[in-house]
Design a protein around this ligand. Structure first.
Ligand code: DGY
Length: 347
């Protein structure tokens, strides 16, 4: 039986599906419901019978799954992050993997700022207060929060950016409007930081943590960045500082963060992502100094449509044996494993 051409794990936004329809390829959307995913058996069955997998960050694409799919020609992940995929295994097996970079940079930076402002000015708490009918009389001490602009002493607030890729840089750009001093640390992009006149590069993470009033996290998740922020790092932050995470949950040790927030090591945290997503550590929800969102940093109509389109274009490249413009393991195309896989498909 010939393999299904493209296996789309879950319902992606319409622009992506339109591209697949217009290309007249055979594809299947395995899960149409918004709130449901695929179980591992369904994912394995679909992947094993398909030429291309169009996946979301909710699917764990590990070595076992990839090994069980000898006819798979590529994985198009509809996300900029690809920590859900074992890239080393894919490369070894000759499978190109692509992502959707660039198109979500601005919306993610926007939401990072919404989180920063929201937690600093206690917007969720004030909203709840209104909805609960608790607002009876205006008072000068009602929901006092932190300023973003310079204080009475003229000191500019410091925004510390950890991970200075596209999104980190877009977050930094927006800080100019608030007259903030921006410092950044990224051991993989010190050249990018040095080239940006608006940003001061820091030699190590602790320098950023000690100096910042707001710490915003934007690294890729890797073994190196797992629990990048844990007890020592939270202890290094100022008691009046806020932590914002719109990158990946495991970058922060959630248990350490819970303790830090409970004991007032830092002033507050805004999280869009969680260590064991979609679960979050019990106790976070009852803290007075958090803002918690369900991984929506790129959730705008336009951005999600563009991500879906980009993933669909990547999937078509994988299907046609063309180099995908957004391959994250581009070296795979020169490998024997890749050539063998292509040859197997056409035999
Ligand atoms: C990504 O693309 O990696 C985001 O987390 C979801 O948009």
């Amino acid at each position: 039986m010939p393999p299904m051409q493209i296996f789309v794990t879950r319902k992606i936004p319409a622009p992506g599906l339109e591209i697949l329809r217009a290309a007249k390829v055979e594809f299947q959307v395995a899960q149409e419901q918004e709130n449901a995913g695929l179980d591992p058996a369904e994912l394995a069955a679909g992947t094993g019978q398909s030429s291309v997998l169009l996946s979301l960050l909710t699917e764990k694409i590990d070595r076992r799954l990839l090994e069980s799919a000898p006819r798979l020609l590529g994985v198009a992940n509809m996300a900029v992050g690809f920590d859900n995929i074992d890239i080393d295994a894919a490369t070894e097996l000759g499978i190109p993997v692509s992502n959707t970079p660039g198109v979500l940079t601005e919306s993610t930076a926007d939401l990072t700022w919404a989180m920063l402002l929201g937690v600093a000015r206690r917007i969720p708490q004030a909203h709840r207060y209104m909805c609960n009918g608790e607002y009876k009389l205006w008072g000068p001490n009602l929901f006092l929060g932190s300023d973003l602009g310079p204080g009475p002493d003229g000191r500019r607030k410091v925004l510390g950016i950890v991970g200075y890729g596209r999104i980190g840089a877009a977050v930094a750009r927006r800080a100019q409007g608030f007259d903030m001093r921006v410092i950044a640390y990224d051991p993989h992009n010190s050249a990018g930081i040095a080239a940006d006149p608006q940003v001061e590069g820091m030699g190590d993470l602790n320098e950023v943590l000690r100096a910042a009033d707001f710490v915003s996290l934007h690294p890729l998740l890797s073994p190196e960045t797992r629990h990048l922020i844990s007890t020592d790092e939270l202890r290094a932050m100022q008691p009046g500082a806020f932590l914002i995470n719109a990158s990946r949950g495991p970058v922060v040790d959630e248990a350490a963060l819970l303790l830090a927030l409970r004991e007032g090591w830092i002033a507050g945290a805004a999280l869009d992502v969680y260590e064991r997503e979609p679960e979050m550590l019990a106790g976070l929800e009852s803290l007075p100094n958090v803002l918690l969102l369900p991984h929506i940093a790129s959730a705008t109509w336009d951005t999600r449509g563009r991500m879906a389109s980009m993933a669909a274009e990547n999937a078509l490249c994988h299907l046609r044996g063309q180099v995908a413009p957004n391959a994250v393991n581009g070296e795979v195309y020169a490998s024997d494993a890749y050539r063998a896989r292509q040859a197997r498909q056409s035999s």
